[in-house]
Every structure is written in structure tokens, then in C-alpha cells.
Design a protein around this ligand. Structure first.
Ligand code: MN
Length: 443
């Protein structure tokens, strides 16, 4: 079952926070995403916040003052969402998330009686720093774009690009949660074992092929008991929301290590996530049918199929990758767009990922994270990784600065953006996810 629209999505709603009414903001009053924050360079306690325009509603400050009087039915979710991670709030489940969203939407809209009490609970986003919004117990990365799977497969296995299981199973691997970092934190170029095609033996060195993967992060909410699968009909109720995710990948480490058990050190050195989680409910106006499966493709097996999923299982989210080199930073040049795609092209929906992950009885827990896999679209400009954009490093891309890139250089900053937009609904955005590649440690 998909979540439907309600009064919180009304496109005509305005907020008493003026910056939320600017049509270009990612965070109008119809969005209301959650993060964990504190004031920059402070030793304040981390606490939950809600983005509205260019401000953060500080939920701990709301609780501490008279602001909490305006949250009647949503008192319990408000307390849970104000904590130093969102796990408790995520574990409360869809009715609680929805109750808090409704209370926030009513308290933040123009003319709300709550304005006087909540105004003093705002912190400007430019003064804030963030942390990964939940303790991630487990992180699973999927492979839901058939375009990415085919492009990558062609480079790694020219004679056999798409494995025969792809159209039957949502392919994934269990990743590392310890190296998930939040946007704005940088990471070192990894060192690892590589074996160039013409070498007899491998060597250990800094990766020369650090790449991006444009993905969405799917944040799990209420979990399931060990041994109790989640059916398609219930799957979306377990998904708290979505953020941006960059699954940094070392393309020279990957081919030597990935068979037979899948990605390992090529993927475990860093994964960057955006600070804000846009709830599944906020995204309700942007649900669309998944792409029709081409003639001859198998229908999903019954445990991966439902009428609601066929009708509205996908989501129309515009995605962009931008790159800024050290030279561009020095000359004050803005980041350049190197790719644009959309989540709606994915072959497998997020409900199918939940149903598949749990069909054997695996338990999901609040704060678990799925990566959708690189969200490449059908055309080359829509590829979500440099390995695709440059045909395996053979065709460099040229930036407006005149510089060329196949893979990332030290000091390069990559920025992911995502947003939803259509007539009759408020434009909402996912914010930004950015990190810079730092030089490798000496071996
Ligand atoms: Mn990935």
C-alpha cells in the first residue's frame, strides 16, 4: 500500500517562516524533513531538527519550552524525534511519523497560533553542523538501475553484461555502516590491492580510479522480527524516508577482488549521505508507475508484485551530479554539472527491495540504510558514475574550466542534488550531499 496525499501536501500552504515560501527552496512547509544537528563548532548536544526554508526547527528547544503545547497528539513522536539520533522516532512507525508531520505542518503554517512559541526555536541552517541522522546498524547497497547494471557489466564482462538473475532478483550486497559519513566530511583516497590487466601479480597502491555512484539512501523505519518477512502490501510502511547517497568506489580495486563474493574494499572506505531525510509521506505527490518491463522480461515473482506497486511503486525524483576541481575553487568557478538522472527509471522499486531483503526472514531495524544502487538513466548523459560517463576511463569528460577528468583527482569535490517538481504540487528537495577526495595516506 502506498501513502496517499493529505492536507500537509496542499500546494497553496505558506509558512510564517518567510524563506520557506520562496519557490526555489528545497524545504517548503510541504516537505518537513528530519536531521540531527547542533550549532557549528560548538559542544552542544546533538538533537533532532526539521528543515523549514533556510531555518531548522530545533525539536529539543520546542520540547524545553512552551512550543510543545502545540503538539497534543504528537507528543510522543516529538520527544523521540528530538533525541541525538532518529532511531527511536523511526521505530515508532508510520502513524506516529504522520501524526508529527501533521502537527508540524499546522504549527508552521501562516497564521498558526504556535508561531510566537516556535519562533525562538529556529536555528539558521548556515549556523548548523550535522551528523549521520541515525545509528546505522546495517547498510545494504542494491543495483536497481538496469541501465547502470548493463553499462558496468559491459565494461567488466563484455561478452556477458547483464547476468541472467538480474530481472528476477533485486541484486544487492551487505555494505559497511562504520564508514558512512555525513555530507561535508571528506575522506582519503583508498589504498588497496590492484592487478592491472597486463600485470602477472597484484600490487598495493593508492587507487587511481576513485569514482562516484549517484544513489538515493532509503532509511528504514519500523523493523520486523527475525523470521517474519515483510510482504509487499506492508513494505512501504517500513520505509521512513529518503536522502542522497554517494557510494564512492575504487574501480581499480573492484575488478580484482569482486569475484566470487562481490564488492569489498572497493566500496568500504566511505559512503556519504545527505543530512536531511525526506519522509516517504512528503514524497507522496511524486509517486509514479515503474517503467514498463520490456517485452520478453519476466514478470516479478508474486512475493515481489502488488497492484499498488505496479501503479505507483516508483518515484519521480530529479537527480544531479556536480563536480568542482581545486582549480575551479581557486578561480571562484561554480561546480559544473556532469550528470542528471531520475529515480523513476529504476527497474526495482524500494518496496521490492524491502520484500526481497526480508523474504528469507532477515530482520530490518530502525535506522538501517539501503542504497538504491547507481541511478543511471537510459542515456549516456544520465549515467550516475564516471566509469560509465567516460566508458571505463577511455573518453575523458571536459569541464567548463577546460580541465579533463576520467576519475577523481585529489581535492575534487562532488555534490549530489535531488528534487521533485510538478504542476499542482509544491517543489520539494533533498538538499545536498557533498564530500572532497583527500590525498591517500603513504603506504
Ligand atoms: Mn553502489
Amino acid at each position: 500500500m502506498t501513502i496517499t496525499t493529505n492536507e500537509t501536501h496542499d500546494a497553496s500552504l505558506r509558512s510564517w517562516v518567510q524563506s520557506a515560501n520562496d519557490g526555489r527552496t528545497d524545504f517548503p512547509v510541504q516537505n518537513l524533513p528530519f536531521a540531527v544537528f547542533r550549532r557549528k563548532a560548538s559542544s552542544e548536544a546533538w538533537r533532532g531538527g526539521v528543515a523549514v526554508g533556510n531555518q531548522i526547527l530545533d525539536l529539543a528547544a520546542v520540547l524545553a519550552g512552551k512550543g510543545s503545547d502545540h503538539f497534543g497528539d504528537a507528543a510522543e513522536p516529538l520527544q523521540a524525534a528530538a533525541r541525538e539520533t532518529l532511531n527511536d522516532f523511526m521505530g515508532l512507525g508510520q502513524p506516529a511519523w504522520s501524526a508529527l508531520r501533521l502537527a508540524l505542518a499546522r504549527a508552521l503554517r501562516e497564521g498558526a497560533a504556535a508561531q510566537a512559541d516556535l519562533q525562538r526555536c529556529l536555528v539558521p541552517q548556515q549556523d548548523a553542523e550535522y551528523r549521520v541522522p541515525a545509528r546505522v546498524g546495517d547498510y545494504t547497497d542494491f543495483y536497481t538501475s538496469i541501465h547502470h547494471a548493463t553499462n558496468i557489466g559491459r565494461l567488466f564482462r563484455p561478452d556477458n553484461p547483464l547476468m541472467p538473475n538480474y530481472k528476477w532478483i533485486p541484486i544487492g550486497y551487505h555494505g559497511r555502516s562504520s564508514s558512512i559519513i555525513v555530507s561535508g566530511h571528506d575522506f582519503r583516497r583508498p589504498v588497496g590491492q590492484v592487478k592491472p590487466g597486463d600485470a602477472d601479480t597484484p600490487t598495493v597502491r593508492a587507487s587511481e580510479r576513485v569514482d562516484i555512484e549517484l544513489e538515493l539512501g532509503v532509511w528504514l523505519g519500523r523493523g520486523n522480527a527475525l523470521g517474519e518477512p515483510i510482504a509487499m502490501a506492508d513494505a512501504e510502511q517500513h520505509v521512513f524516508g529518503f536522502g542522497l547517497l554517494n557510494d564512492w568506489s575504487a574501480r581499480d580495486i573492484q575488478p580484482w577482488e569482486y569475484q566470487p563474493l562481490g564488492p569489498f574494499l572497493a566500496k568500504n572506505f566511505a559512503t556519504t549521505v545527505s543530512p536531511w531525510i525526506v519522509t516517504t509521506e512528503a514524497l507522496a505527490p511524486y509517486r509514479v508507475a515503474p517503467p514498463a518491463r520490456p517485452e520478453g522480461d519476466p514478470a516479478p515473482l508474486p512475493y515481489l508484485d502488488s497492484k499498488a506497486n505496479r501503479e505507483r511503486g516508483a518515484m519521480d525524483v530529479h537527480l544531479q551530479v556536480l563536480l568542482q576541481t581545486p582549480q575551479m575553487k581557486q578561480s571562484g568557478e561554480a561546480p559544473a554539472r556532469i550528470s542528471q538522472s531520475n529515480y523513476k527509471h529504476a527497474y526495482w522499486t524500494f518496496a521490492q527491495l524491502v520484500a526481497h531483503h526480508t523474504v528469507g526472514g532477515c530482520n530490518l531495524q530502525p535506522g538501517d540504510l539501503f542504497g538504491t544502487g547507481t541511478l543511471s538513466g537510459p542515456t549516456l548523459e544520465q549515467a550516475g558514475a564516471l566509469i560509465e560517463l567516460t566508458a571505463g576511463g577511455k573518453n575523458p569528460i571536459t569541464l567548463p574550466s577546460g580541465e579533463q577528468r576520467t576519475f577523481l583527482h585529489d581535492g575534487d569535490t562532488v555534490i549530489l542534488r535531488g528534487w521533485c517538481q510538478k504542476d499542482g504540487a509544491a517543489r520539494i528537495g533533498l538538499g545536498e550531499c557533498h564530500s572532497t577526495v583527500l590525498p591517500a595516506r603513504a603506504i
